[in-house]
Design a protein around this ligand. Structure first.
Ligand code: SF4
Length: 485
């Protein structure tokens, strides 16, 4: 008796072909990207799209095989493709099983820089009432440790957090004790401009495995223009700080973020080269956000989405060229999106999720004990808008915060699967919601996407990445190499 079935047993059944749920978006040069219900993408010509939607496909014609493999078509009545889609959706939404892992403590709102684009509305170094107390820090850590998540990340934000370093020391030691008692793993990040870094702080960071995240906007003249401080030496101190951390803690213990201002737009290559020269492991090309002084000084209005996308595209081109010359150097936002496009692995980035990660992915404990659903939410509160405030430490606990009516309302409104425009967008499975941005710019957490800068940037970047992948060759190979599997 034959041990295997004959080849005919594997031929498609006789049922009629039918379309599974799909969406499409036009790329350039007559190409079209088609997405299935879980975001598997297939780039086709217009003629192929016409054949696909007319179901003019036959086994062996190539398009039939590609469309079947991408779960865009199935034989009527076939259960397996639907079951497979359901399983894939469950994998992609697995992040919903996790409790809040990221806990941000705003240890002070004071800062010795006076950046015109400051999004947190910083206070002067001598200002009173803007430092977190030990009592508030302990209450914040209690809430953080009550999260069922086994791995807790505590991030210290400001202002400039190192202006309140004694509180960071206190909070790190307290968090380590609490984590040991509760059987959790805790890691720490300090978001700092590094200007106040000294040997004592470095030694403490080394002993407690603390990661440092800093700001670097590019070469000295550009960075110092964007980030003024007394002495005009922000760039020199940031560079010296990065090098000291690399030396003492190791290269992987410091990362940097840049913010794009109108003065950056013509200088993307120089900005990237500055990162490469310092041995940083990649760059995150970031636009300005509509909060704090960036709005008051109108720096936020310095460029629109089209100009920023042109900056981004030039930057990505330069980064690809560096990679072709043997320098492994990713653009981090592209890497995150590629991870979403090319794998089913959930990513830790709370802004690229549906529903959004507000509250369920991250909680923010302000210096004054107020708890917010996101870092941008507390920035908005400094501008007088408390929409994303969830409660006050001492009057609430983790369970009450994440099940509060306010958070449920806010999170419920961030499902891109059901949002106008997003629900029919080919990029939906790889995008996010950014409710705070839309609330700040349009007065509505869902927002009208055709008017949204966030949406324009998402579509622009995703289109760019897909066109590179579609062309194939060495550029596509570099993009694929940035994805961890
Ligand atoms: S925000 Fe824009 S790009 Fe993102 S899913 Fe919605 S419509 Fe698509």
């Amino acid at each position: 008796m034959a041990r295997f079935q004959t080849i005919d047993a594997y031929a498609p059944g006789d049922g009629q072909l039918s379309l599974l749920p799909l969406r499409f978006e036009r790329l350039s040069a007559g190409r079209v990207v088609v997405a299935n219900a879980v975001g598997d993408l297939l780039v086709l010509s217009q003629a192929e799209l016409d054949r696909l939607v007319a179901l003019a496909l036959r086994p062996g014609d190539g398009l039939y095989e590609r469309a079947t493999e991408r779960l865009l078509v199935a034989r009527e009545g076939a259960k397996a493709p639907l079951q497979l889609l359901a399983l894939r959706l469950r994998s992609r939404m697995a992040f919903l099983r996790d409790a809040t892992a990221l806990h941000i403590l705003v240890v002070t709102l004071r800062c010795e820089h006076s950046c015109p684009y400051c999004q947190v509305s910083r206070r002067n170094t001598g200002a009173e009432r803007y430092d977190m107390s030990e009592e508030t820090a302990l209450l914040a850590l209690e809430v953080a440790m009550d999260s069922p998540s086994k791995a807790i990340k505590v991030e210290f934000q400001g202002g400039e957090p190192l202006l309140n370093f004694p509180l960071i020391r206190f909070a790190v030691e307290a968090a380590e004790r609490m984590a040991t008692v509760r059987g959790k793993v805790v890691e720490f990040v300090i978001a700092t401009n590094l200007a106040l870094l000294d040997d004592e702080i470095l030694t403490f960071c080394r002993d407690h495995h603390i990661h440092l995240s800093t700001s670097l906007d590019g070469p000295a003249d550009l960075h110092n223009r964007n980030r003024p401080r007394p002495g005009g030496n922000s760039h020199a101190l940031a560079v010296a700080g990065i090098q000291r951390v690399q030396e003492v803690l190791g290269r992987d213990r410091v990362g940097a973020l840049m913010t794009t201002t109108d003065a950056s737009l013509d200088r993307v290559e120089e900005i990237i080269d500055e990162y490469v020269g310092l041995g940083l492991d990649g760059v995150f090309l970031r636009p300005l956000s509509p909060y704090g002084f960036a709005m008051k000084t109108r720096w936020y209005d310095g460029y629109d989405s089209d100009r920023w996308l042109a900056f981004y595209e030039r930057g990505l081109r330069h980064i690809l060229d560096l990679n072709h010359r043997g320098i492994r150097f990713p653009e981090f936002y592209a890497s995150l999106l590629l991870q979403r496009i090319l794998t089913d692995q959930p990513i830790g980035y709370v802004d690229l999720r549906s529903p959004a990660g507000i509250g369920i992915g991250a909680l923010v404990y302000n210096y004054d004990g107020k708890v917010f659903a996101s870092d941008e939410g507390r920035m908005l509160a400094e501008m007088g808008d408390r929409t994303f405030e969830l409660g006050k430490l001492g009057e609430t606990d983790y369970a009450s915060l994440v099940t509060s009516e306010r958070l449920i309302d806010l999170v419920g409104g961030t499902l891109s699967q059901t949002s106008p425009e997003c629900a029919t967008c080919a990029y939906e499975a790889h995008c996010g919601a950014d409710p705070v941005y839309h609330h700040a710019t349009q007065g509505d957490a869902v927002g009208i996407k055709p008017l949204s800068g966030f949406c324009a940037r998402q579509k622009g970047i995703l289109r760019l990445l897909l066109e590179i992948l579609d062309r194939g060759g060495k550029d596509a190979a570099v993009l694929r190499s940035w994805v961890s599997r």
